[in-house]
Design a protein around this ligand. Structure first.
Ligand SMILES: [Zn+2]
Ligand SMILES: [Zn+2]
Length: 266
């Protein structure tokens, strides 16, 4: 049975909210449980500045797994994980002028920041020490509905369908930020090859850059991920690093030579 305070504990879901209908959600109900439980709870009501979205799709980020496994300290409990939310606006709270009901929006990891500290005032609110995060301190998207602070939500271009857009809301977002900061160089080195690299390498290849992906030796999953987005052969760079020539004996047959996969412990 879910505790009474299910909707308490985030700025988005206060205890004074009267649930007007019920919804299903998948919630972490004790710290480090390693799993989420199906629960029946009231649909939260948007407070001023917030929107209520009907969840259309929600991605699974590694950070969600960290929350569920107890690797991140002190999550709000219970909490609905999920911070790559694609949803349709059902209702807007007072003072929301940026979205209207029926609009499709994306809800990312950063769910709230103080707006007052040096970082917030410098438009670097991702570094705010009082920041609150979707699916960690604010109920997220593994539910039929979610409430979010409208200031941190994105309108979604129509060309992305519901199932393609979620990774852009975390992996794409942080990947593109790093990509932009890397500057305009022709050669791009990517250390580790998770979701952010998977997304941003597609951008880099599209822009004609040479991508050097540094992944752990023997990480065939990462090797395959690199190949899936570059289409290129794995060739030895001039870095003196151990190189895996193929993936499980399967020699990539792509014709592009704009990718390098370097095995490294770095
Ligand atoms: Zn994430
Ligand atoms: Zn702040």
């Amino acid at each position: 049975m879910l505790p009474e305070r299910f909707n308490v504990g985030s700025d988005s879901c206060g205890e004074d909210l009267a649930a007007f209908e019920r919804m299903r959600a998948m919630a972490l109900t004790r710290p480090g449980a390693g799993k989420v439980d199906s629960v029946d709870v009231g649909v939260p009501e948007p407070r001023p500045g917030e929107i209520l979205v009907r969840v259309l799709a929600c991605g699974v980020c590694r950070t969600d797994l960290h929350v569920v496994d107890g690797d991140l300290p002190e999550p709000t409990i219970p909490i609905v994980p999920g911070h790559e939310i694609v949803g349709r606006v059902e209702q807007v709270g007072d003072d929301v002028e940026t979205f209207v009901p029926g609009e499709r929006v994306g809800v990312p990891w950063l769910g709230w920041s103080c707006g007052e500290c040096e970082f917030c005032r410098a438009q670097r609110e991702n570094l705010c020490r009082r920041a609150r995060y979707t699916g960690y301190q604010i109920n997220g998207g593994y539910a039929e509905y979610a409430v979010a602070d409208a200031r941190f939500c994105f309108p979604l271009p129509a060309q992305y369908d519901d199932m393609d857009a979620p990774p852009l809301l975390c992996a794409g977002l942080i990947g593109y930020r790093a990509y932009r900061m890397a500057g305009p160089g022709k050669r791009l080195g990517i250390y580790g090859f998770g979701a952010a690299a998977h997304v941003i390498t597609q951008v880099a290849v599209h822009q004609g850059r040479d991508v050097y992906a540094f992944v752990a030796p023997g990480d065939n999953h990462a090797y395959r991920a690199v190949l899936s987005v570059t289409g290129g052969p794995i060739v030895a760079p001039q870095l003196g690093l151990p190189i895996k020539e193929d993936v499980d004996g399967e020699n990539p047959s792509g014709t592009r030579r704009d990718s390098r996969v370097c095995g490294t412990d770095a």
